[in-house]
Each structure stands twice: as C-alpha cells, then as structure tokens.
Write a protein that binds this ligand. Sequence first.
Ligand SMILES: NC(=O)c1ccc[n+]([C@@H]2O[C@H](COP(=O)([O-])OP(=O)(O)OC[C@H]3O[C@@H](n4cnc5c(N)ncnc54)[C@H](O)[C@@H]3O)[C@@H](O)[C@H]2O)c1
Length: 361
Amino acid sequence: LIHHINIDTAGTHTCKVYSGRDSIQHLPDSLRIYKQENALILIDANVQRLYGRRLIELLADCKFRVAVHTLPSGETAKSEAHWLAAVDFCFEHGVNRKTPLLAIGGGVTGDLAGFVAASVMRGIPLIQVPTTLLAMVDSSIGGKTGINHPSGKNLIGSFYQPDTVIADTTFLKSLPDREWRCGMAEVIKYGAIADPDLFDIAYTFRNGYRDSDQLIELITRCANIKAGIVADDEKEAGKRAFLNFGHTFAHALESFTEFKRFSHGEAVYIGMVAALKLSALAGNSIDDVPLMKFADNYKLSVSDLKSRIPGLVKKMFADKKSLNNSVRVVMLKDYGHPYIADLTDLGIVHDAWIHALNVCD
Ligand SMILES: NC(=O)c1ccc[n+]([C@@H]2O[C@H](COP(=O)([O-])OP(=O)(O)OC[C@H]3O[C@@H](n4cnc5c(N)ncnc54)[C@H](O)[C@@H]3O)[C@@H](O)[C@H]2O)c1
C-alpha cells in the first residue's frame, strides 16, 4: 500500500509525498526528473549500517552514480562543522545546480541535509527519505531546515522545500522503542489539534511498529495534516503555530534539564498534558481521557521536578515565543479546535505543570 499526496506551498512549489510499504521504489523515478547521472546522499550512520547496501544497490541498478557521506547519529550532527563537511562533500563530488541531494535518516539528517541543499549554490534539488516515525509525520514535511548554534537549537537555518518525500514504513521495523514513542507524541499531537479520530488508531500502535495498512494510513493522515497547515502558512505567520501544541512546555522542560534527560517526544507528551490542563483551567470543557490514555507509555519518574516548577515556569517566559511578559501557548477549545493564548497568569501555568508531572510520574 502506497499513498501519494502533493503539497503546494505558496503556489510556487509542489512537493510529492509517497508513504507506505516499499514506497522507496519511487526513488529512481524521483531522481530521473533531474536528468542527471549522479546523486549525492547524506545518510545517518545507523541507517547506513542497516539499509545502506540495499539503497545503494537500488540506485546502482537504475544506473545512478551515487556518492555517500555518512553523518554521525544524534543531535550533534546538526552543527556548523558537520554542515561544512557535508557542503565540502558536495563540491568534492562535482555538484551542479541540478544535482539531487538525498537526505536518508531521521529529523537530524533531514534538517542538516535540508540546510545543505538550501545553501549549496543557493539551492539544489532535495529529496527527503525519512526513516523515523517523527521524520515521516513531521520533520520531513514543511521545509524547515537548519542546524543548532551554541546559543540554542535550530537557530541557523532556512525554509527550503524538498521536491519529493519518500516515507517507506518498512524502515520503521528497526526503530528503537524510545524513538517510536518520540514520533508517537507528535502523532498524538495531530489527534489533539486536528483529527481526534487519530487517537484510537494511534493507541493501536502505541507500543511499536507492526506492519499494517492501518499504520500506513495513520502516517499518511498525519503527514497530510502537517502538509495542509504548511500549505496555508508556510512561514509560521498564523496557524502553523498550532503545531506547537505542548511545545512551549516541552522546550522549557528540555532546556531546564539541559537536553539530557528527556527525548523531545517525551517532553512533548508531558507538555501536551500540561497544555490540556491549562485549557481546562482557562474554562474550556474538554474530555482529558483521549490524551491521558497514552500516559502509561510516558511514565518518566519526574517527581523530583515537582519542587522545581518555578524554574520551569521561568524558562517558559524566557522562551523565544514569549511577548511582553506573557507566554504564548497553544490551547484547545476542544480536540481539533486549537487557539493561541498569551498568558500572564503564572498561577494556572504552575498548576498545569503540577498536573502534568503527576500524570507522567
Ligand atoms: N524540520 C522540522 O520541521 C522538524 C520538526 C520536528 C523535529 N525536527 C528535528 O528533528 C530532529 C529529531 O528527529 P528524530 O527524532 O528523527 O531523531 P534522529 O534523526 O536523531 O533519529 C533518532 C535515532 O534513530 C536512529 N534511526 C533513524 N532511523 C532509523 C531506523 N529506521 N532504524 C533504526 N534506527 C534509526 C538514528 O540513528 C538516531 O539514533 C531534531 O533535531 C528536531 O529539531 C525538525
């Protein structure tokens, strides 16, 4: 089963997205459109170890000459040094304006490779081959690319759309459990902000990968939601911000714990529980069961943080999204009905944290 959607951004660019079992078979055709004999590949080290040979054989069978540059796995790859090494690699292999660059890996590879594609010769063709659940439902779609700076995450980068995204779900069978939960938090987020029917399907897959058409449908629906939001608001002037549901809390938690203790998805789940509580405290009547059902997968021994909530609240107000002593949070009137609020009342933010830390302890 393979689904195909097109994403139109700003009416000027169409990105084709293929998702499903063995959708990687679309790769040769996606490359042929550039009428080039060669392609450049940036690939995550773990993905290279697991699937590198198969991918290179697929391309060699179709008479493509490929040059491969392996990126270390992990967030450290999103650095200036690794960006420069990848740019050097492109020039060493005779890149021209039509040479396609393939990003094969999770969100780290996609963000770095996307920024390489955006910057080499002011832009060369980019194809994303996401191999994590998070990358399939989130980071490979929408065109945000970039690297980290010592001052903070994702501070250097640009918007640059891939021409094609190929999300082959068979890659997911080797994904570690923690990475699965990380992607699942974003899936749950789409349930909360856009499509509450997703909660039930997501629940079926909460514990890990199973080869199933329903999983393919889940991934496609999530990608579609992100695509729809991005197509309307590519540069985050409006509703793209809804994708940050739970994230104001999550960023505070990640930075308070120096990015060492929680994966992004774990922090996002805690953040969504807090944001839901905040929505209730602000007077919205919303059933918390659909979100809470997933709590067993996010039991994270957080009791020590309960006495440190003032520090977490302070971090939220220091976040780049805060304006005039207020903190900008995505809230829910109901599932599928998000809105943005600028909060100044520290008390309810504090109470939302207490609730979320209790739920995820
Ligand atoms: N551009 C965007 O819109 C956007 C959105 C969300 C997140 N992000 C970024 O994405 C990054 C996180 O992405 P991620 O969660 O995919 O992490 P990741 O790229 O670090 O991958 C997670 C781990 O899984 C391994 N891996 C990848 N595919 C695998 C497979 N098929 N089988 C086994 N192991 C595999 C990797 O080697 C790595 O160790 C962050 O840097 C974040 O800032 C970007």
